[in-house]
Design a protein around this ligand. Structure first.
Ligand code: ADP
Length: 428
């Protein structure tokens, strides 16, 4: 209200003074130019901003306050506007560059307005130096960049640390795995050593057992041999032929008994030491069995008969003949040993579906039911064979030989009636 009153009550010259004072004391620079760009008025703030005395620039073209390329384009702006009315800066504020007297360039906010006087048009430029703001912005930008760079550096360092951690982790994992491998290898070695030790112990036990068994079992046949030979020597007359023959048979039996014991033990110790491996060869089954029967006949006791029943055996086999023979000798010699004089031992053999089956049956003493489950245990002998010589090793050896050939064994026996042992071996 007070201002209005003042305005209403004031004179033209009062107003001029008033405006002049505002113009002089304004903080922002104010410059007016005519249509040709010639500077008409400059307030002190504008003069200070550009580093000139007002008198140095009044009358000059406004271009001297502009750096390239604005300087070259400036006249064009005013002409374009006056001709087309299209505003590029006039009536719109924008940030441009100013040129100080000392040649330095600075950013400034420039608002140009068109002032229509009664006889002509002039343009007023309001100038605000934004160097400080720009500087602060640049500083902030720089700070931001520094910050970003430091973050990047830190990230890189962190990534480096993480990578090194991953690498050392991998190295550790590798070490742990290596250690585990070594540990496992050591354990395995320990186990193998333990097994070897046990095997060694078992072998030495076996030998001890055999020595004690042999010293006991050898004594009787050796005594028999000795006394029989003495008697043969004594029965020198022709009429005593029969008596001599009887003792010769006894000597033979005793020698074969000793032979059996030694064979069993040799087989077992070779098996125990893992020295037995299948060495297959081609042979004709028919001729193998025929000559086997001939050999067995020599072992038969008085009055015993062997009854071979073979079918489909006219074939050539790929098998370890030696092992097969050993198995059959063991089964046959048991049948002979545990059958009465005059007993019949049947030997059946057949091939069917790549399987060789051999069955040895006797009508001998049989095996007590309670003993049957132990038949394949080393040194085991049934209760009813106390008076018959044997080592208790034969069937154990048979089973182990069959394992090597991939075969199986089964049996049936009845006390006092007889026994049947049957083996099956896969063949080619
Ligand atoms: P051994 O040297 O005592 O014959 P084996 O291991 O060959 O040893 O046989 C173990 C035991 O099985 C024998 O002691 C015997 O009691 C019993 N046995 C094996 N074959 C027969 C059989 N054909 N008849 C009766 N008993 C048998």
């Amino acid at each position: 209200m007070k201002l209005n009153q003042n305005k209403k009550g004031s004179t033209q010259s009062d107003d001029n003074i008033h405006l002049q004072a505002i113009f002089e004391s304004a903080i922002d620079g104010i410059i007016t130019i005519d249509q040709n760009g010639r500077i008409e008025t400059v307030n002190p703030a504008a003069a200070i901003t550009f580093g000139y005395q007002p008198s140095e620039i009044i009358g000059q073209n406004i271009r001297i306050l502009m750096p390239s390329p604005y300087r070259q384009e400036h006249n064009g702006y005013i002409h374009n506007y006056l001709e087309t009315g299209v505003k590029k800066i006039i009536g719109i504020g924008r940030e441009v560059k100013g040129l100080r007297k000392d040649g330095s360039v600075f950013p400034m906010r420039l608002a140009v307005s068109e002032v229509k006087l009664h006889d002509r048009i002039i343009f007023t430029g309001f100038i605000h130096d934004v160097s400080d703001i720009r500087e602060a912005q640049e500083q902030i930008q720089q700070l931001n960049k520094d910050l970003e760079r430091r973050v990047e550096e830190r990230t890189e360092k962190l990534a480096d640390v993480v990578n090194r951690l991953i690498a050392s982790n991998k190295a550790l994992e590798f070490e742990v795995r290596e250690r585990k491998n070594i540990e496992n290898a050591l354990r395995l070695q320990e186990k193998e050593l333990q097994q070897a030790l046990e095997k060694e112990k078992e072998l030495s036990e076996l030998k001890t057992r055999f020595v004690s068994m042999a010293s006991h079992e050898f004594r009787t046949p050796l005594a028999t041999i000795l006394s029989s030979i003495e008697l043969i020597e004594a029965y020198s007359k022709d009429v005593q032929v029969e008596k001599r023959k009887k003792h010769i048979i006894r000597v033979k039996e005793a020698v074969s008994n000793l032979n059996n014991i030694l064979n069993d033990f040799l087989s077992l110790s070779r098996l125990e030491e893992g020295r037995v491996e299948a060495e297959p060869e081609f042979f004709r089954l028919q001729s193998f069995l025929d000559s086997f029967v001939d050999e067995i006949k020599l072992l038969l006791r008085p009055g015993q008969l062997i009854d071979p029943q073979f079918s489909h055996i006219d074939v050539e086999l790929w098998l370890d003949k030696r092992i097969l023979k050993n198995i059959l000798i063991n089964l046959l010699s048991n049948a002979i040993k545990y059958s009465p004089e005059g007993g019949v031992i049947s030997l059946k053999a057949t091939i069917s579906q790549n399987l060789l089956s051999v069955e040895v049956a006797d009508n001998g003493i049989g095996i007590p039911v309670e003993d049957q489950q132990h038949l394949f245990t080393r040194f085991f002998r049934a209760h009813n064979v106390e008076n018959i010589k044997g080592t208790g090793l034969g069937l154990n050896i048979v089973r182990r030989y069959l394992d090597i050939l991939g075969g199986t064994i089964s049996y049936k026996s009845q006390l006092g009636e007889g026994s049947v042992f049957k083996i099956s071996v896969p063949v080619k």
